[in-house]
Design a protein around this ligand. Sequence first.
Ligand code: 13P
Length: 336
Amino acid sequence: MDKQLLEKTARELVASGKGILAADESNGTMSSRLEAVGIEPSPEARRMYRSNIFSTKGYESAISGVILFDETIRQSMDDGTSIPEYLSSRGIHPGIKVDTGAKDLANHSGEKITEGLDGLRDRCAEYFSMGARFAKWRAVIRIGQNMPSIANISTNAHALARYASICQEQGLVPIIEPEVIMEGDHTAERCFQVTSEILSQTFKDCKKQGVHLPGTLLKPNMIMPGKDSNVQISREEVAKLTVNCLSMNVPEEVEGIVFLSGGQSDEDATAHLNLMNSMDTEHPWQLSYSYGRALLAHALQTWAEGSAEDSQNAFAHRAEMNSLARSGDWASHLES
Ligand code: 13P
């Protein structure tokens, strides 16, 4: 394992004022999102939309890395330059989603286990040779009656640790993403408790597998009530509970935390991050973003309305707002 390379990449991914763009929707997910805005999905439709985003001017001051899907890392910009090569030429690390999706967990109705460990070493080696320097694996944890089960927590934590270990052997910084999803009517306290369980189990397994934590990034959910809960909480409470939960469960050696947006509104995702970065509470990690929808939802809409330039502007604006939130310098009046 090249620890120096891994640490350097991880540090660069959470450099001051920067975070990650998650543009790694699977073909199925990206196709549904295109269809939802009235665009016929195809490999070329996905390429056109994404390559337009990637060619936005100036966003490298806010975006250190872009997570790609297998189809995209093999595609090219309009001028024929391969997408990973193009991103690298702009000083942006190409990343790659390496899991093969969340599948039904045997004998546990409603729960998922993320697959993709078979053949992972060879796939990582190929992605590294194509220019990728980091990877992502997302585990899905759902809260409900008798959920999550011990089986759900333990199998996903184990898979995340094995994935992280294989990536590091192949020179890729693993983004470890155990997402406690917002679906449900649970309270923020329950989210805190379940997030603590999956985080502590994941880091126990990482220790067993010999994962080098300074060469990793954690991509967690924030601590929030379920979407259907009738006890919603303030942005300040979300920020405070999230930092508390991480402080209790994440080893200080982890290089950085890059939150997912998970269905939050664009502005909530930015405001929560901004509040966390303005708090007095001491914590050892960079607190940053690896947003998908919270960076691109509006850009996709404007793309569908027919303007490539407006789509780039929408993305550039969200990137800039989140970049400001990295240092607590965002304010809502900057949105207009
Ligand atoms: P969202 O920010 O849209 O949740 O996407 C981030 C991501 O990569 C989820 O795996």
